[in-house]
Write a protein that binds this ligand. Structure first.
Ligand SMILES: Nc1ncnc2c1ncn2[C@@H]1O[C@H](COP(=O)(O)OP(=O)(O)OP(=O)(O)O)[C@@H](O)[C@H]1O
Ligand SMILES: [Mg+2]
Length: 220
């Protein structure tokens, strides 16, 4: 039976492949396609829902969100008999590679835009949304990622208000900052493979909630 979830990276920096190669027992199929993004066209024939994770600002959590969302959706759908259902495409965090992102958007059904709750991320995120995502007419949602509850809610509230003032659709789910996520990329682990303790459960919960909110629990 083919995996229900397929994760693709079109980031030439290939940090995903660096991560995915270290993970044994990936819960999804994975490939790196930055050299042949036109291969993505085949996804159209699969009937799977294609989600592109995009923000041309580097380091906002695209790879973290892609792999962990892929992992929880694969977990929920592990018994699916329907073949490939969801594809998550990780995209480059740079303006130079815009052509690659545009190619991926041709095959997308929706776009997820991770953004940390920091003023520095606002303008670059706005550029990606206004210049690249909105012209495609695709539905998209901004997801606040990497919020540290210990910092209090001021930055979070400010970011939420900024997003709402722009009129951008925003996910209710906020992905919190946890050291386990940062460590996971070094240790080669996705969120469904974290050790079973309270912090790891909270960290995992954010991605399960996000998947549920986005409606990725089955054949949408
Ligand atoms: N919610 C989180 N909690 C803890 N660490 C996080 C979280 N999200 C991202 N990080 C860390 O922040 C760094 C950048 O994240 P990531 O690589 O996912 O961003 P990116 O947008 O893919 O970057 P690039 O644009 O370079 O591809 C990584 O070290 C990652 O582990
Ligand atoms: Mg990345």
């Amino acid at each position: 039976m083919p995996a229900a979830v397929y994760v693709v990276s079109i980031d030439p920096q290939a940090s995903t492949v660096w991560w995915a190669n270290r993970i044994t027992d990936l819960p999804f199929d994975f490939s790196q396609e930055h050299e042949t993004p036109e291969n993505l066209a085949i996804l159209k024939e699969t009937g799977a829902k294609v989600h592109v994770i995009a923000n041309q600002k580097g380091g906002v959590g695209k790879t973290t969100v892609t792999l962990n969302l892929g992992a929880v959706v694969a977990d929920v759908l592990s018994t699916s008999q329907d073949g490939l259902l969801h594809v998550f495409i990780d995209s480059p965090g740079s303006l130079q590679d815009e052509a690659l992102l545009l190619e991926a958007l041709k095959y997308a059904h929706d776009v997820i835009v991770p953004m940390p709750p920091e003023g520095l991320a606002f303008d670059p995120t706005a550029r990606t949304i206004q210049q690249v995502i909105e012209p495609t007419g695709l539905p998209y949602r901004v997801v606040i990622n990497n919020w540290d509850p210990r910092d209090g809610t001021a930055d979070l509230t400010e970011s939420q208000e900024y997003i709402d003032a722009q009129g951008w659709p925003r996910a209710q789910t906020v992905v919190r900052r946890y050291k386990v996520h940062t460590r996971a990329s070094v240790e080669g682990r996705v969120v469904t493979q974290y050790p079973k303790n309270r912090v790891a459960m909270e960290a995992r919960e954010d991605f399960f909630r996000l998947a549920l909110e986005l409606g990725y629990g089955g054949r949408a």
